[in-house]
Design a protein around this ligand. Structure first.
Ligand SMILES: [Zn+2]
Length: 295
């Protein structure tokens, strides 16, 4: 089961407390399904629970029986209203023969109705990517005006989706994990929302741990690389003119470097007699390197 179908199973099982919300959810499911116009009312879905809920709500709210067919080959459930029932369904939601489907606010009565509508819409046209992989939740709406109205409705409850046209559909989508969490919570997918929060927390912890580890190993690598170059320079001096050719303060540092290749600049400085600062060590090491280069 995908993350999407898990969530849809959770959403399809939710019972509305008020009958106004049943109407709102039925409206979301029918209007955002494959077809919702005078030419027909139908849905196509891979999800049997969604198909079942669509049939159940259409019968309950509109008082019409729906026809269901399943194609093994495509793995699709197709739910269709009898042509003679289409106008009855449309008028139940205040729609007629108008061209271009819009959101009829008269079907959203109480505050919960908005969420019920979103739940219905998501069931038939929504999808969510597994948050382990990416943060993405979308509603793929077949009608332009409706997609606009849906975005406005979402804006009113604090959701700020973006929209893009894809394969003739208007895709309303979210990319921010907080927005996805809010949307899931509003629709009633509590366990999915919690799971997303969990995954996000684990991701954040892992990212932080990685960042710290990368940072530390990068610093260690730099120290090791620098130490190797310095040791090489000292060896070169030793084997040519000898360490004694250097001034006293550089000689001590050469010895310390050879004996302690793992020391950082700070540690080198602390172990000199008298101790000197990190930048002091840096300066002396540069003089040693220059001396070796000129040999
Ligand atoms: Zn309601």
């Amino acid at each position: 089961m995908s993350f999407s179908s898990d969530i849809k199973a959770e959403l399809a099982a939710i019972e509305n407390e008020r009958s106004c919300c049943d109407l709102a959810q039925a409206y979301g499911m029918l209007e955002c399904g494959r077809l919702f116009s005078a030419s027909g009312v139908s849905l196509q879905t891979e999800n049997s629970l969604v198909a079942k809920r669509y049939v159940q709500l259409a019968e309950h709210v509109c008082g019409v029986a729906m026809n269901t067919a399943f194609s093994d080959k495509a793995g699709l459930h197709t739910v269709t209203a009898e042509q003679t029932n289409v106008s009855k369904i449309l008028s139940r939601f205040g729609h007629g023969k108008e061209v271009g489907v819009r959101l009829n606010r008269a079907n959203l009565d109480c505050e919960q109705c908005v969420y019920a509508y979103l739940r219905g819409a998501f069931l038939v046209c929504g999808a969510i990517t597994n948050p382990q992989v990416d943060y993405h939740l979308e509603f793929s709406v077949p009608y332009y005006n409706l997609s606009h109205d849906l975005m406005t409705l979402m804006g009113e409850v604090g959701l700020l989706p973006k929209c893009v046209k894809r394969k003739g559909n208007y895709v309303i989508y979210f990319k921010e994990s907080e927005q996805i969490e809010d949307c899931l919570t509003m629709m009633g997918a509590m366990s999915a929302s919690l799971e997303l929060m969990n995954i996000k927390m684990i991701k954040d912890i892992r990212n932080n741990a990685n960042r710290v580890a990368n940072c530390e190993s990068a610093n260690i690598d730099k120290t090791v690389a620098a130490s190797l170059l310095q040791t090489e320079a000292v060896r070169r001096i030793e084997s040519t003119v000898g360490i004694e050719a250097l001034p006293q303060e550089l000689r001590d540092l050469c010895r310390l470097r050879l004996e302690n290749p793992e020391y950082s600049l700070r540690e080198l400085g602390e172990n000199l007699e008298p101790p000197i600062s990190r930048s002091g060590v840096n300066h002396r090491l540069r003089r040693i390197m220059e001396f070796a280069e000129n040999l």
